[in-house]
Ligand binder design. Structure first.
Ligand code: FES
Length: 103
């Protein structure tokens, strides 16, 4: 099992390899915006990966393009609906609508 810690609520949950971060959050009742329903056509599920970015599937198209349109893009940005757990623990920061948080 993989442990995924979601901030800022600081909730840790168990997940399976092959799940997306969005699946993982929703399966455990954690609020994570997903306006397009996980189809990679919005940026509402934009998150920052604070630890374990190597434990996620690499960024590929169409995520790469969609992510490039996200506000406050950082090197550790991912779209939660496209980032798949491939093994090892991950810490994720869910960006709020008015969140000015930066690394
Ligand atoms: S939910 Fe829209 S891109 Fe992830």
């Amino acid at each position: 099992m993989i442990t995924v810690r979601f901030l800022p609520q600081d909730q840790s949950v168990q997940a399976h390899g092959g799940d997306t971060l969005l699946d993982c959050a929703l399966d455990h009742g954690i609020s994570l915006p997903h306006i397009c329903g996980g189809n990679c056509s919005c940026t509402s599920c934009h998150v920052y990966i604070l630890q374990g970015i190597q434990n996620l599937s690499p960024v590929e198209e169409p995520e790469e393009y969609r992510l490039s349109t996200a506000r406050n893009l950082q090197e550790n940005s991912r779209l939660a609906c496209q980032a798949i757990l491939i093994g090892g623990d991950v810490t994720v920061y869910i960006i709020g609508e008015t969140d000015e948080w930066k690394m």
